[in-house]
Design a protein around this ligand. Sequence first.
Ligand code: SF4
Length: 328
Amino acid sequence: MTEPLLKVQGLKKYFPIRSGIFGQITGQVKAVDDVSFYVNEGETLGIVGESGCGKSTTGRMLMRLLEPTEGAIEFQGQNLAKLSPFEMRKARRDIQMVFQDPYASLNPRHSIGQILEEPLIVHGIGDAKERKKRVRALLEIVGLSDNHAKRYPHQFSGGQRQRIGIARALMTNPKLIIADEPVSALDVSIQAQVLNLMQDLQKELKLTYIFIAHDLGVVRHISDRVGVMYLGKIVELSESEDLYANPLHPYTKGLLSAVPVPDPDFRRQQIIIEGDVPSPSSPPKGCTFHTRCPFKMDICTKSVPQLTEAQHGHSVACHLYNEQANDK
Ligand code: SF4
């Protein structure tokens, strides 16, 4: 079996909480707390969860836009977490990011041609003529035209701007794209077009995606496997089909209850998750979901459930599926 393209091991991001006039550290926010996963070449791993669950922080750490507190990020045989800023800049040629708000991430004073050319200049790829040729090619690939290169970001619709964001990410011919809520800011009708484009590009260019979203419905169509995050941890990880047909973690069941199912024969048992996500600066002891879980048991307040394989290729962090923990 071939090695995964990306392997993340024990990734953590703790932000210090400072207070007092001297700014002493009085606590820490565990935004990402011991997350491990892998992504195979050519597949899409979806990462879902409510806002503040650590999914975007995870994505940004993979690009080293945020420094990890701990953990390894193995990509093509090197640990990105240990690379110098210079080496990391080189590695970013192969890993690119698509952001949620394309307008905020596109410089309003630069033409689309300049915006698309920039990654090539940064990485020293091609001369002026070759760069222009690549800009034209990428505009066409994402469904825009050569004429658009002279225009500015404000002259485009939200969907077109996201196409530009995707084109920019593709300029350096990367292997891995981290897409952080790439369709959340778009109208539902446009969402489908952008998702279809991403799927077509994946097939054509043999891309690998990490697709981050808060909406399980959106992630479903594009992902081969899905990881569900809650308060900085992955609580369930499985093949996409299996996760939707047979969710195991009570939190995933609750999230799926909120996704409309048109066919009444396939409607699931409704699980309503009450209350708000607790603060990551003082997460509940034991299972961090116990304050909202309708299946809470005694052990849940004392012992942290580990992510373990409950069924073939389907892992879950919940004591309901962990007999050993229940025996303790
Ligand atoms: Fe609910 Fe306990 Fe499972 Fe946590 S470990 S999800 S509290 S049953």
